[in-house]
Write a protein that binds this ligand. Sequence first.
Ligand code: GDP
Ligand code: MN
Length: 397
Amino acid sequence: MKIQEADAKKLLLAQGLPVPAYEVARSPAEARAAASRLLHGHGSVGQVVIKAQVLVGGRGKAGGVKLAASDDEAEHVADAILGMTIKGIPVRKVLVAPAADIVKEYYLAAVLDRAARRILLMGSAEGGVEIEQVAQSNPEAIVRIHADPLLGLRDWQAREMAFRLGLGAHLKAAVGVAKGLVKTMLAYDADLVEINPLAVVREGPGGAEERLVCLDAKITLDDSALFRHPDHEALRDPDDEAPADVEARRHDISFIHLDGTIGCMVNGAGLAMTTMDLVKRAGGEPANFLDIGGGAKADRVAAAMKLILDEPKVEAILVNIFGGITRGDEVAHGLIEARSRQKRDVPMVVRIVGTNAEEAARLLEEAHFETAASLDEAAAKAVAAARAARAATGGAA
Ligand code: GDP
Ligand code: MN
């Protein structure tokens, strides 16, 4: 789960990292008020920076990061940014902060290195640019240091990172940030904590002092660990999720949208993948991965059917249920119920074996469902039904 810059900064502050003060505004008037406090308040600054809060990178390039020097300008700039759509996402909030007087930008991030089974600290003196770009054009410019799973990032490792980035003049602060990123990662079960740019900025009267600060922040939380941080659920951004994903989560269904035309409803992740393989072997392309989970009742089956049918590309549906805890008759009832509510007439092939399969077969036969005894047969029938449907609508075979 990705979280907004402002929320990520709050987590960084809680872990003691150097993050400049900021406020979040939802309207031009709120942005004006926030800017006014910064421009005229205690320790006032000459300019504020206004930043779009959307969960995509490259906001700067897209025009979502702008400076303003007066209340009027801040309101005007916020109005423009709040009216923007960046990479398809509407901007609903902006962050308002004192504008930094940047000396140099760096990149520093803690990421989960699954292959090494360790947290990896990645740094580069080429900050501000996207790291993928640096990795491609100048891979030697990226410094990589693994934290120890038991001891964490040790002081000498943090110092090594600081020196290799050329941050020797800010050694103490750089060590604090490096260790802080790893600490943040562990504290919140994040799989990415990225600061880009980590910047040396001029502060104080006449810009006489230099300080190292986290100017941008990106944190991705491990979804599977969210139960350990109930308060993080509130940080979820609905704009970041397709409506189908929201529905799937609400019903405890594992659902992944794919590009094919055969909708699949299966219980069990392994069986769902096998089913997709067999659809492909039969010459079709799955429209989704869908695991309705163990012990699914009729209502969950109906919800799964709706998820599948909401994709207009679906030409046929393959239901493959291996009844264990999940009862075949429950699934059959769910399918019958779902079909009665269905607005679109899509051919469906059902294979149900295991617990209460006989009862399921009787129900499905009464309701005139197309059934199959084996998975191979079911896959072949579903693919054939999709072909027939396409031929009937005049599409290419
Ligand atoms: P991103 O483009 O979505 O990664 O947004 P960032 O927050 O990283 O901002 C992009 C760029 O805008 C940074 O690399 C900086 O060069 C610039 N920028 C961001 N904040 C400030 C600021 O306070 N002052 C100045 N002068 N530039 C800033
Ligand atoms: Mn950035």
